[in-house]
Design a protein around this ligand. Structure first.
Ligand code: HEM
Length: 491
């Protein structure tokens, strides 16, 4: 296509740079140098990088059917192949329209008590720590989101704070703690070299099998219990019960939280996709297991790092923390509890989390793949079928043209009176269009509830061990923090 872009290294493309610097910083540098459309190479795979809002809208919403697939590395395991995030074309449409009602606000309200229960475990754990102690935020938030996602996706009590050797936690760790550098070396080296030196990036099959076994067992139990739909409010149950006339509020309304890109046009496209998507409105048992699995994989680390960054910024910004504390105290009841509607109505809390997701989007980029030849707006570029596309979220969120003083943590940007200043398709922490994050509402509920309960009891403090600025780990797709420590002191 003759695009500008960083010079690729033979066979390795530009991937070699990702070993040296976090990808998010490279995206900013390359965007400054090459503009809103440029080309990079992932090994020998050419990728079109797009950061122009009007073109993003075309790709992810208006012509989403041309860019219906996400860029995916080949995988044979059904847990991935059949999952929502990896599925392609009509298979994805079908799975998405069956799975969407499981994320309706009615269903999320039903899950609320499960999340509340996991929060109790977190609060008990925090009480057991000495106040004023140095808190390992990543670990604390990770244990909480592990408990939540195990409970809502697999109906299982992971007991992550207390039992680090439980089968659930160890199997999850084997899969989640993938060594990035090792993985990229395996991807970069020719296959025969990888084989010859016996390098493996794969996780042991027993870890995957553990989740397959739990999922299959639960589905059997639920299917043989005629009352299960009354007893359980987790994803497995919702997917077992999925019906063509499931909840109608599965698509977000224009006023929904974080729906910055959702005009009536986008909502209509999404609704149309969902209603035409499902010819056969059931999933096989293994397809249900694959969805529970991907909810676990996509929902654990993203929510945990978001919470980590949020508490970190509150520790660095005592004024913002105080204002949030005031809002929390005005919203909770005499027992310190809060209902779903009251939680969602807290505008400053919403602004704090939105700003966290702006400054630290857990996924640093979105990926799409064209299924047909396509003329890209008035750029004069014709994309071939199979063209990989990346939309560099982190770089967009840190562009001073859209967010003045982008390194400043400033929740004001997202207060109701200022939200209209945000240009559509420049705020993408959950992606956009019909293939956006299906778990957004769950993630926000889980994170907000956690902040509300922690801040009531503890003040977050910057301590000598708090690294400023925060350090990011080397990663291709996610914004993972290195160690993050802050102090907690009892209020
Ligand atoms: C703060 C937390 C989270 C963030 C920042 C986040 C972000 C994202 C992003 C950026 C995407 C890609 C969207 C696109 O390509 O347009 C995505 C997809 C997805 N997310 Fe999330 N996510 C979060 C939590 C969750 C949770 C809790 C779940 C499940 C319970 C979940 C399930 C998924 C799934 C299944 C997909 C693939 C959707 C599809 O291809 O149809 N995510 N997420």
């Amino acid at each position: 296509m003759g695009l500008k872009g960083p010079k690729p290294v033979p066979f390795l493309g530009n991937s070699i740079y990702w070993l040296l610097k976090p990808r998010c910083f490279l995206d900013i540098e390359w965007g400054r140098k090459y503009g809103q459309i440029y080309g990079i190479y992932d090994s020998n795979q050419p990728i079109l990088v797009v950061t122009k809002p009007e073109l993003i809208k075309k790709i992810v919403v208006k012509d989403y059917h041309v860019f219906i697939d996400r860029r995916m590395r080949p995988t044979n395991h059904f847990l991935y192949r059949e999952s929502l995030s990896h599925a392609r074309g009509d298979n994805w449409r079908r799975i998405r329209s069956i799975a969407s009602p499981t994320f309706s606000s009615a269903k999320i309200r039903k899950m609320y008590p499960i999340v509340r229960q996991c929060l109790r475990a977190l609060m008990t754990h925090v009480v057991d720590m000495e106040c004023g102690d140095c808190v390992d935020l990543k670990k604390m938030c990770g244990n909480y989101t592990m408990d939540v996602i195990a409970a809502v996706a697999f109906g299982t009590d992971a007991n992550a704070h207390n039992d680090h050797s439980s089968a659930f936690v160890t199997s999850a760790r084997q899969i989640l703690d993938v060594d990035f550098v090792r993985t990229i070396i395996v991807l970069l080296l020719p296959k025969f070299v990888v084989k010859a030196i016996g390098l493996k990036s794969r996780v042991p099959e027993t870890a995957h099998q553990f989740f397959v076994d739990i999922g299959r067992r639960l589905i059997n139990e639920r299917k043989s219990d005629p009352d299960s739909h009354r007893k359980y409010n987790d994803f497995i149950q919702f997917l077992v019960d999925a019906r063509p006339d499931g909840d109608r509020d599965a698509t977000p309304a224009a006023a929904d939280v974080n729906a910055f890109n959702e005009s009536e046009e986008e909502l209509a496209i999404r609704r149309q996709m969902l209603t035409t998507g499902a010819k056969k409105h059931t999933l096989t048992d293994d397809q249900i297991v694959a969805q529970a699995w991907i909810f676990f994989l996509a929902g654990y680390d993203t929510t945990s790092t978001t919470l980590t960054y949020c508490c970190y910024e509150l520790a660095l910004n005592p004024d913002i923390q105080q204002r949030l504390y005031n809002e929390v105290m005005a919203s909770v009841d005499s027992e310190g509890e809060i209902g779903y509607d009251e939680l969602m109505a807290m505008s400053y809390l919403d602004a704090v989390l939105s700003e966290t997701l702006r400054k630290y989007p857990a996924a640093i980029k979105l990926e799409r793949r064209s299924v047909a030849e396509y003329v890209l707006g008035d750029t004069g570029i014709t994309l071939p079928a199979g063209q990989e596309i990346e939309i560099t979220t982190y770089a967009i969120h840190h562009n001073p043209e859209y967010y003045p003083d982008p390194e400043k943590f400033d929740p004001e940007r997202f207060m109701p009176e200022n939200k209209h200043n945000i240009q559509p398709y420049t705020y993408l922490p959950f992606g956009a269009g019909p293939r956006n994050c299906i778990g957004m509402r769950v993630a926000l509920m889980e994170a907000k509830l956690c902040v509300v309960h922690l801040i009531q009891k503890y003040m977050f403090l910057r301590i000598p061990k708090t690294s400023v600025p925060i350090k990011f780990q080397i990663s291709m797709t996610t914004l993972s923090p290195g160690d993050v420590h802050i102090g907690f002191t009892k209020r």
